[in-house]
Design a protein around this ligand. Structure first.
Ligand code: UDP
Ligand code: MG
Length: 309
């Protein structure tokens, strides 16, 4: 069979309630848009619910549905990578399984692609429907990543985008662990364009990004695109050295010109605790990069496929 014109890849983790609804929407939209043929590729990221069963039901009645099933949960970005590795389309569209990324936008993405754009990314328009915490954490995330790294992320861009085959092939050469697609794609070059959309409510289930996953994602985003945090220890070290020098001058002054030299226990303890805390933070930063080096040097697979069709 000839390669499909469009591949749609869907990272799915415990999305049993969304698999069928999303399929219905996607297949009707893709059939109605002027696409010659397409494939819908579910990447089942080690779901513990019946997602795999639901996906297999689809493959039985529709040959354009493909799936990859991981042996365990490898995370959203690795699921995306597996999708990009296996998609055969001339253009590859990635979107979330929970219908928050409106499939209705797909014809627009395809139009821009046919007009010659190689990357059509999307920008989420924040509405008040989104929870306050989600909006706040997302703003903070983009601010922090932009402040700390070399590539500039546009606020509200997520993993809902169309990539031309040439871009997919370029991305496959990025072999590092925990690839941070959002940070890397803007810097790839190619003709890029952004499209705005209003996110839907999650259709079924709850968010798979727990607070700790979100913090880890932010740390990955920052440390994979920049070494700036490493310089913090130098700046902070210099600042603290200056402070202690000034304090030293003060201490000398006190002991020579006054008779209250033994006081100062509180400030001593406080400064020891403070400097100790800073040292731990800085060690942590160095540790993150060291850990990255360690895991890269092992060169392990990014995901393990248990079965696929
Ligand atoms: N996801 C995944 N693996 C994970 C976590 C999430 O494949 O370990 C998928 C999830 O099924 C969804 C997408 O990534 O399709 C985005 O996750 P979610 O909707 O939970 O994130 P949110 O929209 O709340 O940021
Ligand atoms: Mg979601």
């Amino acid at each position: 069979m000839a390669n499909p014109e469009i591949s749609v890849i869907i990272p799915s983790y415990n999305e049993e309630g969304n698999v069928h609804v999303l399929y219905e929407k996607l297949s009707s939209i893709l059939t109605n848009s002027k696409v010659s043929n397409y494939e819908i590729l579910y990447v089942n990221d080690g779901s513990k619910d019946d997602s795999l069963l639901k996906i297999k039901e689809l493959t039985e009645k529709d040959a354009s549905v493909k799936y990859i099933h991981f042996s365990r949960n490898f995370g959203h970005q690795n699921a995306l990578r597996a999708g990009l590795d296996h998609a055969k389309g001339d253009a590859v569209i990635s979107l979330d399984a929970d219908l928050q990324h409106p499939p209705e936008l797909i014809p627009t993405l395809i139009e821009h692609w046919k007009a010659g754009y190689k990357v059509v990314y999307t920008k989420r328009k924040d509405t008040n429907d989104l929870s306050f915490f989600k909006r706040l954490s997302s703003r903070l995330f983009y601010k922090l990543v932009n402040y700390l790294s070399e590539t500039k992320l546009e606020e509200g861009t997520a993993d809902f985008r169309l990539l031309d085959r040439s871009v997919v092939e370029a991305l496959k050469n990025f072999k590092e662990n925990n690839l941070f697609y959002r940070g890397i794609i803007p810097g790839l070059g190619f003709k890029q364009i952004g499209v705005e959309y209003i996110p839907n409510e999650r259709f079924s289930g709850s968010t798979k990004y727990t607070f700790s996953k979100m913090v880890r994602f932010a740390l990955t985003g920052i440390t994979s695109s920049s070494a700036k945090p490493l310089y913090f220890s130098i700046y902070l070290g210099a600042f603290l050295a200056l402070c202690s020098f000034l304090y030293g001058l003060y201490a000398i002054y006190i002991s020579i010109f006054t008779n209250m030299a033994v006081t100062g226990w509180t400030s001593l303890i406080a400064s020891i605790l403070f400097i100790g805390g800073i040292q731990l933070i800085m060690l942590g930063i160095v540790g993150i990069y060291l850990g990255k080096l360690f895991s890269e040097s092992k060169n392990r697979p990014h995901y393990i496929i248990e079965e696929k069709n």
